[in-house]
Design a protein around this ligand. Structure first.
Ligand code: DOR
Length: 432
């Protein structure tokens, strides 16, 4: 659709940045939002009937694993970008645990170049905080930001050395990018592969205790406070971590945090059938932890919802629970999964969109997350009522490791616009 103007007519416009939640039209012109109001009349515009749908700023996933370079059999920047727009995401931040690790400007540059050619979604590289994700030598943070890195993270690994973490936080402040912590104390995780608790005992699997996350988050919050830096806590999964982050925010510490759709909706009971697609790091937790994450999401302690889309090949997942790699894909299911939190009245639609779009844009200091006149026309049209059954074989990700396979879902993106261009429509698929 290459019309000069596109008119999204009669949708429920949800713009958290403006506090707007009302029925209106949205006019897109030359890659920008040109107008948002009722009854827009223009000649020759391409009309999209958005009645019954939500019209939101493009969703932004600040935690994706795209696997390129190095593990393109699981995913690549093109397939991940297509999965993103099919899921309603107009931008994704991709983690550094590729092969080679994204710890030098040449790799960051490669990712950006590939994304420009292959991905319909914007791609924001997250660079490693330490070389090779080894937790000992800091990366050249200024050069990485210069190359286009938006944040620093050893995600997938942890930074066990407190001195290194302190310096990473201090330098991140100088370069103006957040540090995203994967908070799991490995000495407490031990060989745990599932949440420590009754389910682990019943299944005879070694447990990964909630305190492994809580202890690490406590340390990182204290280090962020003395460094005066922006710490972002990835995939929060425990009540204890939510409580600590809430207290830290009250004390004025510069912390933001995200939760993944699976930690907000599933519990360790999912692993009862030993389905390795339920194995994820940090693990699915107890109902009490899940409910605390939902409460934290609702009260703003958790700023963002991020997928932690982690593709793995079938042959890797078809192993014993103890040896299969952790991770599940999520780009194409995230929106439907978290819309359940609106239906069960955990969170209002405007606040959900804030956590899926406005807050990630602000945390990463990128454009988007708003529908103000003149802002970039990254826009998602969502049918919150659409019923569908998820089949990863029909999706865009190269991998199929999802616990939602075969499940009935409600709500999905029906159209995704990046820079004013339609890149996905539910009836036509990905268009680029
Ligand atoms: O489950 C996970 N998978 N958690 C991580 O932190 C890393 C990710 C991956 O890269 O597979």
């Amino acid at each position: 659709m290459k019309a000069r103007q596109i008119l999204l007519r009669g949708g429920r416009v949800l713009d958290p940045a403006a506090g707007r939640d009302e029925t209106a039209d949205v006019l897109i012109e030359r890659g920008r939002v040109a107008a948002v109001c009722r009854g827009i009349e223009v000649e020759n515009a391409e009309i999209v009937d958005a009645a019954g749908c939500w019209v939101t700023p493009g969703l932004i996933d600040m935690h994706t694993h795209l696997r390129e370079p190095g593990q393109e059999y699981k995913e690549d920047i093109g397939s991940g970008g297509r999965a993103a727009v099919a899921g309603g995401f107009t931008a994704v931040a991709c983690m550094a645990n590729t092969q080679p690790v994204n710890d030098d400007p040449a790799t960051t540059d490669f990712i950006i170049d590939r994304a420009n050619h292959d991905s319909p979604a914007r791609v924001y590289p997250v660079a490693a905080a330490t070389r090779g994700l080894e937790g000992s030598v800091m990366t050249e943070m200024a050069a990485l930001v210069e190359a286009g890195a938006v944040a620093f993270s050893d995600d997938g690994e942890t930074i066990a050395d407190g001195g290194v973490m302190r310096h990473v936080l201090e330098y991140s402040k100088l370069v103006g990018a957040p540090v995203i912590t994967h908070a799991e104390d490995r000495t407490l995780v031990g060989n745990g592969v599932i949440n420590e608790g009754a389910v682990a005992t019943r299944l005879g699997l070694p447990g990964n205790p909630a305190i492994a996350e809580v202890v690490h988050v406590a340390r990182d919050l204290i280090l962020a406070e003395i460094a005066g830096a922006h710490l972002h806590v990835a995939h929060v999964s425990t009540r204890g971590a939510v409580d600590l982050i809430r207290q830290a925010k009250e004390r004025g510490i510069g912390v933001t945090a995200e939760a993944a759709p699976h930690h907000l909706t599933l519990t360790d009971e999912e692993a009862a059938g030993y389905d390795t697609n339920t194995k994820v790091a940090p693990p699915l937790r107890s109902a009490e932890d899940r409910d605390a994450c939902c409460a934290g999401l609702a009260d703003g302690t958790l700023d963002a919802i991020a997928t932690d889309h982690a593709p793995h090949a079938q042959h890797e997942k078809e192993l014993e629970f103890t040896v299969a790699p952790p991770g599940m894909i999520g780009l194409e299911t995230a929106l439907a999964v978290v819309l359940e939190l609106v239906r069960n009245e955990t969170i209002a639609p405007l606040e959900l969109v804030r956590r899926l779009s406005t807050n990630p844009a602000r945390i990463l200091r990128r454009p988007g997350g708003e529908l103000a006149e003149g802002s970039v026309a990254d826009v998602t049209v969502i049918d919150p009522d659409a019923q569908w059954v998820y089949d990863p074989a029909k999706g865009y990700s190269k991998s199929r490791n999802s616990p939602w396979t075969g499940r009935k879902l409600q709500g999905r993106a029906v159209a995704t616009f990046v820079n004013g261009e339609l890149v996905y429509h539910v009836d036509q698929g990905v268009l680029t």
